[in-house]
Ligand binder design. Structure first.
Ligand code: ZN
Length: 241
């Protein structure tokens, strides 16, 4: 089976459409959450994900959009974007979001937004990766949340390796090793590459491939300005941070 795994779309329709255009119809699309927040097209992005993704887990911005949960921990721009989103969201999309779960377990992989068990923890270093591996027995853990395309590999002897994939790249999975795969962000990359990020996973070939997709970010920036969302949210798309 070939999977395409997307995360952190953040209401960026131009980025989402550019990514989905690269994914053939037979590929199973999995979504790691944060469909909304920050960007100007929450309803259109939800409609696209509902039409094409086979499985989706909740992100912290999705939860905040549903019932303001965790909003106190958001920075000012993120909070005002969620409040704007709450005024936009169609009731049927809200109901659909409300029915999603925080994790989905397959026989050989786990889907969560940020980390196993502590779903909205950021895995930004080896210490956090070590805690994440210890929290589950899943051999392969797919995450988003940091908006940084990278991977941690835990060897059978306990060695832990880390590698960035912000220019794309391929990782061949080695037997007996465990992995945390961060698929990066579709709609608001923060790894200094403004192109949308997603991952392809071929479970038979045991191969993970990061792909970066350029999109019309000037259009997204124009919509952010038009919606009177915080200006910084448009600016950061151009810088990829
Ligand atoms: Zn996010």
């Amino acid at each position: 089976m070939t999977y395409a795994i997307v995360s952190d779309i953040h209401s960026n329709l131009e980025a989402l459409d550019a990514v989905f255009a690269r994914i053939d119809a037979h590929v199973r699309i999995l979504c790691l959450g944060d469909i909304v927040g920050y960007g100007p097209d929450p309803n259109a992005c939800l409609a696209r994900v509902r039409a094409r993704a086979h499985e989706t887990v909740l992100g912290n911005h999705d939860v905040a959009a549903i019932d303001s949960y965790g909003l106190a921990y958001f920075n000012e721009a993120a909070r005002s974007a969620i409040e704007w989103t709450q005024g936009q969201l169609a009731a049927e999309h809200l109901d659909w979001l409300d029915g999603l779960s925080y994790e989905l377990r397959h026989p050989d992989f786990l889907l969560v937004h940020g980390a196993p068990v502590d779903y909205f923890t950021y895995i930004l270093d080896k210490a956090a990766a070590t805690r994440a591996f210890a929290a589950t027995d899943a051999p392969l853990i797919f995450v988003g949340h940091t908006h940084i395309a990278d991977a941690y590999a835990l060897g059978p002897d306990g060695t832990l390796e880390h590698r960035f994939f912000q220019q794309g790249g391929t990782l061949d999975l080695i037997p007996e090793h465990r992995y945390i795969i961060n698929v990066g962000s579709v709609g608001q990359p923060r790894d200094l590459n403004p192109d949308a990020s997603f991952v392809r996973f071929d479970d038979a070939a045991r191969r993970v491939e990061w792909e970066r997709v350029p999109y019309a970010l000037e259009e997204t920036q124009r919509k952010i300005a038009e919606a009177r969302l915080p200006e910084a949210l448009g600016r950061r798309l151009g810088a990829g941070r």
